[in-house]
Design a protein around this ligand. Structure first.
Ligand code: 5RP
Length: 218
């Protein structure tokens, strides 16, 4: 089974978690794209979606699914999104697609966060995947210096602007023993919008696509 087939299987398994008539939180990336395609097949039984990126909003609309502004929605029972790395406590690194801030906002509102991923994303310790940090452009050098003090090796993601008009710094070389602590420390740096650690609001369920089927972790 290819990685893409594992992503697709995990994405399709998430459909079982979607309540009728709900507004669904939808993430960003190749696994989330599989989820959008699966959601299109049941669009008659949902109200619509809130998207964590302009790219996902466009794909949802192209599939005939109503996309709501986050501020127009009272509740999101379920948010479905991928991850770049996730550990067995269901704490994740996200933001490989530069959508981390909107992803974090939708995850914060959602009552349940269902993470969908292929088996290569499950790790013992977070940090092999460089940690994305969304930064206000004028604070780029200041934030990079502060990230060095926290033990990381910051690398500016050239040529990328987020949907919010900000830049991304990817932090290499971290072995993240305490994800919740580091998440808070980085978010305290002036000029940081947010970072890609989803530890304080971790996933509630992980649907992991593997060679032998979809495994569920809670
Ligand atoms: C985007 C993300 C994605 O969830 C993450 O990068 C995983 O992507 P993919 O499903 O393509 O492996 O955080 O900002």
């Amino acid at each position: 089974m290819s990685l893409d087939e594992m992503k697709r299987a995990a994405a399709r398994a998430a459909i079982a978690f979607i309540p009728d008539n709900s507004v669904v939180g939808v993430g960003t990336g190749s696994t989330a794209n599989h989820f959008i395609d699966a959601l299109a097949e049941i669009k008659g039984r949902i109200d619509g979606a809130v998207a964590s990126s302009e790219a996902s909003a466009a794909r949802l609309k192209a599939n005939g699914i109503t996309v709501y502004d986050m501020n127009a929605v009272d509740r999101i029972p379920v948010y479905v999104d991928g991850a770049d790395e996730i550990n067995r406590h269901l704490q994740a690194i996200k933001g490989g697609g530069a959508a981390l801030t909107r992803e974090k906002i939708v995850a914060a509102v959602a009552e349940q966060f269902i993470c969908i991923a292929d088996e290569t994303k499950l790790v013992d310790v977070l940090g092999t995947f460089p940690l994305p940090v969304e930064v206000i452009p004028m604070a780029r050098s200041h934030v990079a210096r502060e990230l060095v003090l926290l033990g990381g090796r910051p690398v500016y993601r050239e040529g990328v602007l987020t949907d919010n008009g900000n830049v991304i710094i990817d932090v290499h070389g971290l072995q993240i023993a305490e994800p919740g602590k580091l998440e808070g420390e980085i978010n305290q740096i002036v000029g940081v919008v947010t970072n890609g650690l989803f530890a304080r609001r971790r996933a509630d369920v992980l649907l992991l696509g593997t060679a032998t089927g979809v495994q569920t972790y809670r």
